[in-house]
Design a protein around this ligand. Structure first.
Ligand code: CO
Length: 134
């Protein structure tokens, strides 16, 4: 059976990357691995790895992406939690069978080959949940 392996990352949506890094990197002392433009999500992402999981700071780079709309509607803050799975198709299939609302019916593919999909907060108790298969 498809298995949930671990928390892969927690994503925070931000309006000002430098200001956010002043907290997460400078004040808290997390290591900044890289800041990358994620074209397929129309955003700029800062990756701050910890043991076994990472914090991602996500800043929209366009005005009409999903994340930009989220930011406009709800303001900055906690955006999603990402779970690493060993078989994303199997997990999505299981969720569909249980009538859970999915944002992505089929996994999307990131530039680096990872496959991911989002589950709608309506089915999760209010938290946007991302699934990742590395
Ligand atoms: Co994510």
């Amino acid at each position: 059976m498809a298995r949930i392996k671990s928390i892969h990352h927690v994503a925070v949506v931000v309006t000002d990357m430098d200001k956010s890094l002043a907290f997460w990197q400078d004040a808290l002392g997390l290591n900044l691995a890289e800041v990358r433009e994620v074209v397929e999500e129309e955003s700029k992402v800062a990756f701050l790895p910890l043991e076994g999981a990472e914090v991602e700071l996500v800043m929209p780079t366009t005005g009409d992406s999903g994340i930009a709309k989220y930011l406009a509607k709800r303001g900055p803050g906690m955006h999603h939690i990402c779970l690493e799975v060993d078989d994303i198709d199997g997990v999505l299939e299981r969720l569909r069978k249980k009538q859970m609302r999915l944002i992505n019916e089929n996994p999307r593919q990131a530039a680096d080959g990872r496959r991911y999909a989002f589950i709608h907060p309506e089915s999760t108790g209010g938290v946007l949940v991302e699934l990742y298969q590395v």
